[in-house]
Write a protein that binds this ligand. Structure first.
Ligand code: 13P
Length: 249
């Protein structure tokens, strides 16, 4: 199975940067070794969709409203994203959990709304440095998964991807070790097994994210239980992302 590479631009890139980025990416991406999902800012989604029209590159959103429609000023609904051709959405990223105080309850509602509208959800989980230092990593991930996926039907998990992103590793240059990532993948799959089924725990795609770079991605993304990576900072460099997407094993 091909690896899944997801790029999260966060609140970076101006439209002219996005235009040049996608023109280059689309012309040089082979699509042989990896599936690629790129998540630009909401405003850049129509341009990104237009430029990836004839390419295997998929577009994701970085966020979505938990509400279907109505008086929610500033929000963007799952239906609106779907109408723009968006296929994936990041939900539960630590930027949203911490800086926007998103709770597991809200994340659960966002996932249900996104799934109902036909979007695939990339659900991010991960522990803080304090959790890690007090050996609560697995407990924290387990609680997030139990609450975030509560009430989902097993068949809906076919449209759910889990990204393990330890918060202490995001944007810090301190990536998790292969052992950390393998252990987290085991905890994630055990949670899916216990809450859904053994088959679901085997089939679900699990990604790692947090200070991935051109030197560390190969061992981290080929370790047991990991199906791909979620890239932040590195993904802003089109050549670096292309190199990984075209050469990953
Ligand atoms: P960095 O790759 O910059 O650490 O960011 C990871 C991330 O948050 C992707 O969603």
């Amino acid at each position: 199975m091909k690896k899944l590479i997801v790029a999260n631009f966060k609140m970076n890139q101006q439209p002219s940067d996005v235009k040049n980025y996608f023109i280059k990416f689309v012309s040089l991406f082979t699509g042989v070794r990896a599936d690629v999902v790129i998540c630009p800012a909401y405003l850049d989604i129509p341009l990104a969709k237009f430029l990836t029209n004839q390419s295997p590159v998929k577009i994701g959103a970085q966020n979505v409203s938990d509400e279907e429609e109505g008086a929610f000023t500033g929000e963007v609904s799952a239906k609106m994203l779907k109408a723009q051709g968006v296929e994936y959405v990041l939900i539960g990223h630590s930027d949203r959990r911490i800086k926007f105080k998103e709770s597991d309850k809200l994340i659960n509602k966002k996932i249900k709304t996104a799934l109902k509208n036909g979007l695939k959800c990339i659900v991010c989980v991960g522990e803080t440095l304090a959790d890690r230092n007090t050996e609560r990593t697995y407990e924290v991930i387990r609680k997030q998964l139990d609450e975030d996926l509560r009430g989902l039907y097993e068949n809906e998990l076919e449209s759910v991807i889990i990204a393990y992103e330890p918060i202490w590793a995001i944007g810090t240059g301190n990536n998790a070790s292969v052992k950390d990532v393998e252990n987290a993948a085991k905890v994630i799959r055990r949670a899916i097994n216990e809450n859904f089924s053994e088959k679901a725990s085997r089939d679900i795609q699990v990604l790692y994210g947090g200070s991935l770079n051109e030197k560390n991605y190969a061992p981290l993304l080929s370790c047991t239980g990991i199906d791909g990576g979620l890239f932040g900072g590195l993904s802003l460099n089109v050549n670096a992302l292309l190199n990984i997407a075209n050469s990953i094993k």
